[in-house]
Design a protein around this ligand. Structure first.
Ligand code: DQA
Length: 166
């Protein structure tokens, strides 16, 4: 079964009460429930975690090397500061989708730069909680395609006639 790791960064545990005019009133619990519901529908297993600590997010990304085919991450404020999270994503060779509830490009200038985007498969920003389910749909399609390509490559390799020694 395809496994996807979903990571929420700092302050996202406060969703529902935090700056509602920007982030809305949906709680993180409700977002996680919607992700899990879609995952069941798609036949994907998801592990969902939140941390306010940069190093903890880095360790979880590193751990995704074994057993996970994809990562969905809202690095929150670390998006704009964390070379460590960027390096971890680049290191693990697991496709990662960056999600933001708000459209970071329309907000303060310091939010326009993402250290993550350059190593992410895709970035989704501005759709609110829907961004997470869009990310899961896109990522699982990407993983399925990759699996098919890898499978086809293996088949071709296996069918290739063996060279005889001269
Ligand atoms: C955020 C945008 C970031 O700039 C901010 O620091 C967050 C949330 C978003 O989901 O819109 O905490 O990642």
């Amino acid at each position: 079964m395809v496994r996807v790791l979903v990571l929420h960064g700092p302050n996202l545990n406060l969703l529902g009460t935090r700056e509602q005019s920007i982030y809305g009133s949906t709680t993180l619990e409700a977002i996680d429930a919607a992700i899990s519901e879609l995952a069941d529908e798609l036949g994907v297993a998801v592990d969902i975690r939140q941390s306010n600590i940069e190093g903890e997010l880095v360790t979880w990304i590193q751990d995704a090397r074994t057993g996970y085919q994809g990562i969905i991450i809202n690095p929150a404020a670390y998006t704009h500061t964390s070379i460590a999270i960027r390096d971890a994503i680049a290191a693990v060779n697991v496709p990662a989708v960056e999600v933001h509830l708000s459209n970071i490009h329309q907000r303060e200038e310091f939010r326009h730069r993402s250290y993550i985007a350059g190593v992410a498969l895709a970035q989704i920003a501005g759709f609110g909680p829907t961004g997470y389910t869009l990310a899961l749909r896109g990522l699982s399609e990407h993983i399925a395609k990759q699996g098919t390509t890898a499978g086809t490559a293996r088949l071709k390799q296996a069918r290739r006639p063996k060279r005889r020694a001269p």
